[in-house]
Design a protein around this ligand. Structure first.
Ligand SMILES: Cc1cc2nc3c(=O)[nH]c(=O)nc-3n(C[C@H](O)[C@H](O)[C@H](O)COP(=O)(O)OP(=O)(O)OC[C@H]3O[C@@H](n4cnc5c(N)ncnc54)[C@H](O)[C@@H]3O)c2cc1C
Length: 401
């Protein structure tokens, strides 16, 4: 087992860190106070990032992406975790792997412009009546001879106000349950598409989370992504990568930043004639954070490594999602405590991180849903969460004693 980071990977990490610290962090305060990232600033960080080869690093080189391995993507995402979500979205892009399903002319219309950063795609899966139960959607796409007619609505669509098109789940076969759901790429300018209210959130300032309504939207063959009925599988596959990079690795990076700040403060801040870091109760907050961050980091990298080996570490990614998001939640809470009043004050980014990170335990599958995935895997006889090898994914041996 080799834990060494290659020279190339170390260079990538250092370059992303520099870009985040020099170009993105200085914009955080303005975004927080205004509640928006000004379009000219968004454009500027996008162009700088693209010039440096940082945009769409997750996508294969054949389609113009950075072609990073999953391990390198995790290392880069840890650095992205050192700034706020909207700045990461605009600078590095959220180019979903499900667009790789585009075929023929779909590639020019949806995939390639997304990888270039000319067009942005948002995921529209959740509905007011269907959150954790992604198969319980009411949105339908009924065949009409030439294509489909889309009706229904979505909510909580991240980046919805900024995005140019949406990957929308819709029921194409009412009798086939989860296998009757397909994904359609729907342009926001199409007749019958309404981008509705921006749903205000506890954190993630500068971002948008919108409602969408579809009223008799006429869809053709070019709008269908992949095969009909395989939509849920497709969209959950792409979200697996989001869980690993954008939640797992980024949460580790944010928690690491907080631990660095807490440690410096514990050294510098003096009360009762001594640095507060000499008080054992403060040491305990630092030590627990260090231990939990190290565990989350290793789990994340192991799941990424398995992904690079061509395995499908689905249960491990669920474990990563739970471990990283909850670790960050606890570390953010401890950071507020170590900084005292300053931790609660908007002069430091800690209170923003405290608010922003809460949603990581909710979106892209709640902690409860992911604990269920891990537990069901164990009960089926798998050991995929424990063992770092392909055999662990082979359940043919049946339940273990
Ligand atoms: C800021 C933000 C951004 C988002 N971005 C997007 C986006 O871009 N695209 C998109 O499609 N969606 C998005 N979502 C939606 C998000 O993925 C859902 O909110 C999430 O999946 C949970 O669904 P829900 O809110 O309907 O909660 P519910 O499913 O109603 O869950 C409520 C509670 O019940 C628990 N629960 C539900 N089922 C079970 C079960 N079987 N066992 C145990 N407990 C259970 C949950 O864990 C939770 O605690 C976003 C949400 C937020 C808040």
């Amino acid at each position: 087992m080799n834990f060494a980071v290659s020279e190339e990977s170390a260079l990538l990490v250092a370059s992303v860190r520099r870009f985040v610290e020099e170009e993105l962090c200085p914009l955080e305060e303005e975004v927080e106070s205004k509640g928006v990232l000004e379009p000219d600033k968004a454009r500027e960080i996008f162009l700088k990032s693209r010039d440096l080869g940082f945009y769409a690093m997750n996508m294969p080189e054949e389609v113009g992406g950075g072609g990073l391995s999953a391990v390198d993507m995790c290392l880069a995402a840890q650095e992205m975790g050192r700034t706020s979500d909207i700045l990461v979205r605009r600078a590095f892009g959220t180019v979903y792997e499900l667009l790789l399903e585009c075929e023929g002319p779909q590639r020019d219309e949806w995939l390639l412009p997304a990888v270039r950063g000319d067009r942005t795609c948002a995921i529209a899966m959740t509905e007011p009546g269907a959150g954790s139960d992604a198969a319980g959607i009411q949105t339908t796409a009924k065949p009409d001879g030439h294509g489909w007619i889309l009706n229904g609505g979505k909510h909580f669509v991240s980046d919805g106000a900024f995005s140019d098109f949406f990957a929308v789940t819709a029921r194409t076969d009412p009798d086939a349950g989860a296998k009757g759901i397909s994904v359609f790429l729907v342009d926001k300018t199409m007749p019958g598409v309404t981008v509705g209210r921006n749903q205000s959130m506890m954190g993630l300032r500068g971002g948008s989370h919108v409602e969408l309504a579809f009223d008799d939207v006429k869809l053709g063959r070019k709008h269908l992504l992949g095969e009909p009925g395989r939509g849920l599988r497709l969209i959950l596959g792409t979200i697996g990568r989001v869980r690993l990079f954008d939640i797992g690795a980024r949460a580790v990076g944010t928690a690491t930043l907080l631990l660095e700040m807490m440690t410096r403060h514990a050294r510098d801040r003096r009360q009762f004639g001594a640095p507060i870091g000499e008080f054992q109760m403060i040491q305990s907050l630092l030590a627990d954070s260090a231990v939990e961050i190290a565990s989350a980091r290793l789990l994340c990298l192991e799941a990424a490594w398995e992904t690079d080996q061509g395995l499908d570490p689905r249960e491990k990614v669920s474990a990563v999602k739970v471990c990283s998001s909850e670790t960050l939640g606890r570390v953010a809470d401890r950071a507020v405590q170590v900084f005292g009043g300053l931790g609660y004050c908007k002069d430091l980014p800690i209170e923003r991180i405290y608010r922003d990170c809460r949603v990581m335990r909710i979106y892209d599958g709640t902690s409860e849903i992911h604990r269920g995935v891990v537990a069901r895997g164990l009960l089926r006889g798998g050991a995929a969460v424990v063992l770092p090898n392909g055999k662990a994914l082979d359940r043919s041996s049946g339940p273990r004693a």
